[in-house]
Design a protein around this ligand. Structure first.
Ligand SMILES: Cc1cc2nc3c(=O)[nH]c(=O)nc-3n(C[C@H](O)[C@H](O)[C@H](O)COP(=O)(O)OP(=O)(O)OC[C@H]3O[C@@H](n4cnc5c(N)ncnc54)[C@H](O)[C@@H]3O)c2cc1C
Length: 405
């Protein structure tokens, strides 16, 4: 909080705790409307920007691209994002060709790409630049947030003698949200005994903006088309779930052996591959907060819900929370109302909690159904995949859900 002398309180409408992609996007969206907002993160913002490609990327649904445009973030992305124009869903086993029964989603039926593959570092650079570009945003990072709340408002102490007074505090601190715990909000958790392996590969042949979701017995394997770089004109992100023990073994493999394992699962259609950037391993678990609101407090993003990455929807759900909450806050602020009003918070919860729960349940069912090598279940799901492929209305409903429409 540069410029504010110790002992003096900053007065804002909203204080967001957590400057991850979700909290930062909310600050930028509200800042774009000229609303007075503070954002606090326990980590410093600049080190969140990785100067080199680090192998991580997000699939940002087209609906959320519009949110980032309205927030002033999209135009500041320093690197091009790659469109996802087709998604092929198939069933298989590593080293064997995918099942001939498959499902193909084509963006031509919807009139726009399903989503945009955006490098994590590119999104971070754009968010940080936008946070500093909007004049009504106060950034406090690195800083610990000590929050007290009552019916009248909230007070946030940032640990350096400075204070922020706000009508509403937004908890955006990720899965282990201290504000959620402090408010006594219970959480339902699901463990998967699976880990997510994330990396990027350069390949010989172009991906033609097509993604692959390949269901394997150990967990789903996804190839997501990225915009090429000078050193890697044909580039894809790989997000791949495996049982914990095997995932750890795979992570420890030397590059050549690891690449062979990726190639066995990906198949030959993109030609030979080579790794770019580093590999990442994430333990997979789902969680859902039993309520999203408390006195002068609201939860968004992973603080409210964490889902299996099978459909690449985790961050997208967080951005949909941002769009819903920002809509209510902007409308209330313009009308001169109280942005921490319990009725407003209840409207946000009613808009987002059922939708997030439905996505959590859908990704959970998908994972259980597909991470299974039972021949009867395998046949049933292959027939299901082929059935959806032949039903245009159902296929379009799936596509609308993926795009956040
Ligand atoms: C393997 C894997 C692949 C994924 N792939 C995709 C994908 O392709 N597409 C997609 O949409 N999603 C994906 N996700 C999900 C996505 O990464 C998360 O949903 C997203 O990072 C959540 O953002 P967030 O801002 O809510 O929380 P976080 O990213 O966790 O950010 C929380 C922030 O809060 C700060 N913080 C924490 N505690 C405090 C505190 N006490 N005080 C102040 N600040 C604090 C942290 O420093 C951090 O900056 C994936 C997840 C996994 C595990």
């Amino acid at each position: 909080m540069s410029g504010t002398p110790p002992g003096e309180a900053v007065e804002v409408a909203i204080c967001i705790v957590g400057a991850g992609p979700v909290g930062a996007a909310l600050a930028c969206r509200l800042g774009a409307e000229g609303m007075p907002v503070a954002i606090v993160d326990r980590a410093a913002l600049p080190p969140m920007e990785h100067p080199d490609f680090d192998g991580r990327a997000y699939a940002i649904a087209s609906g959320n691209r519009r949110l980032l445009e309205a927030a002033g973030v999209w135009a500041r992305l320093p690197l091009p994002s790659g469109p996802i124009e087709g998604i092929r869903v198939s069933d298989g086993r590593p080293g064997r060709p995918a099942s001939p029964l498959f499902l193909h989603f084509d963006h031509a039926e919807m009139g726009e790409p399903f989503g945009w593959m955006t490098e994590a570092r590119s999104l971070r650079v754009a968010l940080n630049a936008t946070l500093h570009a909007h004049e009504t945003i106060t950034v406090a990072a690195p800083a610990e947030a000590g929050v007290t709340r009552d019916e009248a408002g909230a007070l946030v102490r940032t640990g350096d003698g400075r204070t922020i007074r706000a009508r509403l505090v937004v908890a955006a601190e990720g899965r282990e949200s201290p504000l959620r715990r402090q408010a006594g909000i219970p959480v339902t958790r699901l463990a998967y005994q699976q880990s997510g392996l994330v990396c990027a590969v350069a390949h010989e042949r172009p991906h033609r903006n097509q993604a692959l979701e390949h269901f394997l017995p150990g967990g789903p394997f996804a190839q997501l088309p990225m915009a090429g770089t000078e050193g890697a004109p044909n580039l894809s992100a790989i997000v791949w779930s495996e049982r914990d023990v095997l995932a750890k073994r795979l992570m420890a493999l030397p590059d050549a052996a690891f690449t062979r394992e990726v190639q066995r699962r990906l198949g030959p259609h993109l030609g030979t591959i080579r790794p770019v950037g580093r590999r990442w391993l994430y333990p997979l678990a789902a969680l859902h907060a039993q309520r999203y609101v408390d006195t002068r407090l609201v939860l968004i993003g992973d603080a409210a819900h964490g889902i299996h990455p099978i459909a690449g929807q985790g961050l997208n759900l967080g951005f949909r929370d941002v769009a819903a909450l920002a809509g209510l806050l902007i409308e209330t602020h313009r009308a001169g109302g109280d942005v921490g009003d319990p009725a407003l918070l209840r409207r946000y919860q009613a808009a987002r909690r059922p939708a997030n729960l439905a996505m959590l349940a859908a990704t959970d069912v998908l994972d259980r159904l597909f991470s299974n090598d039972n021949p009867a279940i395998r046949l049933a799901r292959d027939l299901g995949i082929a059935g959806v492929h032949r039903m245009p209305r159902l296929r379009r409903a799936f596509m609308r859900a993926a795009m956040g429409r």
